[in-house]
Design a protein around this ligand. Sequence first.
Ligand code: ZN
Length: 299
Amino acid sequence: MSEREIMNVIGKKSEPTLEDQELAKEVNDREPCPYGICNGSGLIRKEGSTTAEQCKCLVEQIMEQKLKNSNINLKYLGKGFDYYDNKTKFQLFIPKEKPGPIDGRLRDPKNEKVEKFIERHYDIKEDERSLKKVLFSYAETNNGLLDEKEDGVNLLLFGDPANGKTSFAIAIGLYFLEKNKSVYFTTTQNLIDKVFDNKEEVARISREVDVLILDELFNEYHSSNGLYAQKRLMEILKVREELGLITVCTSNGNPRDFNLLYGESFMSLINGTFFMFRLERETDARVEQMLKNYDKFNF
Ligand SMILES: [Zn+2]
């Protein structure tokens, strides 16, 4: 044993150092470590090291605060991509540079079937990879672009209700929070409502948040101020586009309905700045969750 090692052993058994006493004082004000890893300070100081590492408990505490700041429900804490199964399938919609002609026998474009409209406007690409893998790669590439001060690319997840759109959008948000980017989650309707009573807040969210998650795009259209909402939404998306910031949207709507209600300039913005994924799930995710509750309650 070297002299230094001996001193370490002696040091440990003798009086605590002033630094240790300080640390112990802080610890008394905190909860004990839920994992029993650190001494409650949230920091782990390795023997002989001058720097401290963050304990799992502190990392989680920081993440919890980040979720609060991002307006993300705490039930999503820890639910990154890995949390989800592979039951949600997806198709990538690639806009055609020149959409095919509409069926001449249709008197009103409103009568065109959704699938017909999609066929005219998009090439559909299937991908063998799992959705979570593809979205992880989307988030990773975008994060790299943000780091390089390059423009990120937006994402629209659309499809039937309860197929996991919001959960995956939030998993993307959590990824960016881990990378120390700013994220804000809101329903589109809530953001538009905010334009009325808190313009500055909307301006801040539009211009400063690295990743804005707009849930339930298209629902706002059915509110009493549909046209007003559409205009404000366009403004927000355009500002973010100019600044190269990322917007992730979810919607129960489909491209034909977007086109009919929002019009061509909006669709041009969507087609020109968003990756479009249609999500499909054989089973209803909410019903799946409810079935678990039947078990939990022994019904
Ligand atoms: Zn700890």
